[in-house]
Design a protein around this ligand. Sequence first.
Ligand code: ZN
Ligand code: ZN
Length: 348
Amino acid sequence: MKALSWHAPYDVRVSDDVPVPALEGPRDAVVRVVRSAVCGTDLHPYRGEIAGFTPGTVTGHEFTGVVEECGSGVHGLRPGDRVVASDVIACGRCWYCRQGWHYQCEQVGLFGYDTVVGRTAVAGGHAEYVRVPFADTVLSPVPDDVTDEQALFIGDILATGYTCAERGEVAPGDVVAVIGCGPVGLMAMKSAQLMGASRVLAVDPVASRRDLASVHGGTPLEPGDDLAERVRALTDGRGADVVLEAVGVDAALLSSLEIVRPRGTVSAAGAHASQAMPMPTGLAFGKELTLRFAVGDPIAVRDRLMRVVREGRIDPTFVISHRLPLAEAEEGFRLFDSGRATKVVLVP
Ligand code: ZN
Ligand code: ZN
């Protein structure tokens, strides 16, 4: 089958001779991919920022498709069902899964991410077919009135943005600042609006991202030394009630702590990997801040999000800037890496 594999930094290749995956256990399913997407998380191995990737790893953790085959232990799914996969692979049965905290699952994994997340590598969705472990937990049916592309982002970026806003406890009337208006930041913005935010301040250095945020109701702001001052000027001198951080670097988190109001909440969905950030504890203590981290959990929030999408309250497809055949996935990575694409969708 055709699939995209990672070989080395800036070296991903589409080939036609990747073996079609087969069921390996009773809870597995094999899914024929209909749409997949390139995510910011894919850029870490692409840019060589993460060690531990095995050459030949099929990438991709955002995909929708049709169930081709199910193991004997898969309940509630059958061949022919349209499904969206959760990017997070979880068993659905361990103590953490029973709490609804699927990213903490004892058997957690991430499609196409080798053993960087979890102990077992599972090939990803930038392919014609994918093997899905724990299929009745990881896959969710897509109703007839929801398109593949609308469902696609429930498996990752929409769920991540929504989880970020939920962990930020966005309440009606809040002024919410979103730091980083990439696909996840934009989904966090949409989610904050859904939760009743009166205003969303959309902070990003890239003009095209600010413009997109602005079209969708955000107040665009450029980052800078005086950002906290500008945010206070827009919030009666207080600062943002909630800050949703979707960048994943120290500077963005520090800036979030500065622009949030006293007693406010910072919720960080950016993929942080710093070993030692200088934490301004004096500031955090003085302002009595709440700081939370949020890895998206599609399994926990997908039913709610499917309803939101069906009701037309969020149509997440607005972030799609490019649709390419899977055969052109290498170009898709180049476009996304260089910032020329907001979101690339691949069509097998
Ligand atoms: Zn992702
Ligand atoms: Zn589990």
